[in-house]
Design a protein around this ligand. Structure first.
Ligand code: FES
Length: 140
């Protein structure tokens, strides 16, 4: 069996939503200390809906495929829904990742949450700190 699914390879070769949103409403940057990979997510938010999302990933192929898939999964969705996105859902949408590459999809989940938190902080929107607690180890 191939190490990577066709979906992973396809998103790695043709990543969706690559780039920067200059006037983003929320930006999240996270890194994995072990592999040194970095992921940055930009969100455009209108009335609680993610109207646009872009990413820059300096990392491995799985991290690029994960960011591509994750941005596709949250585009056009309400924030409440984007916050439910787990790395497991990203990996499943990619038709699986090798076990030692699952942390790459975790970066995507963390970067999205960091971007949403940034949006809340910038706009003085109140939120439950617990929601982001498990992400607090991520640097920004
Ligand atoms: Fe670290 Fe993929 S090897 S993000």
């Amino acid at each position: 069996m191939a190490l990577y699914s066709d979906t992973v390879m396809e998103h790695f070769r043709n990543p969706r939503n690559v780039g920067v949103i200059e006037d983003a409403d929320g930006v999240g940057e996270v890194g994995n200390a072990a592999c040194g990979d970095i992921m940055k997510i930009y969100l455009k938010i209108d009335d609680g809906i993610i109207t646009d999302v872009k990413f820059e990933t300096f990392g491995c192929g799985s991290a690029i495929a994960s960011s591509s898939m994750a941005t596709e999964l949250i585009k056009g969705k309400p924030l409440s829904e984007a916050m439910q996105l787990t790395n497991k859902a990203v990996a499943e949408a990619l038709d699986g990742l090798p076990a030692h590459k699952l942390h790459c999809s975790v970066l995507a989940e963390e970067a999205i949450m960091a971007a949403i938190k940034d949006y809340y902080d910038k706009n003085g929107i109140e939120y439950d700190e617990d929601t982001f607690k498990k992400y607090s180890h991520s640097h920004s």
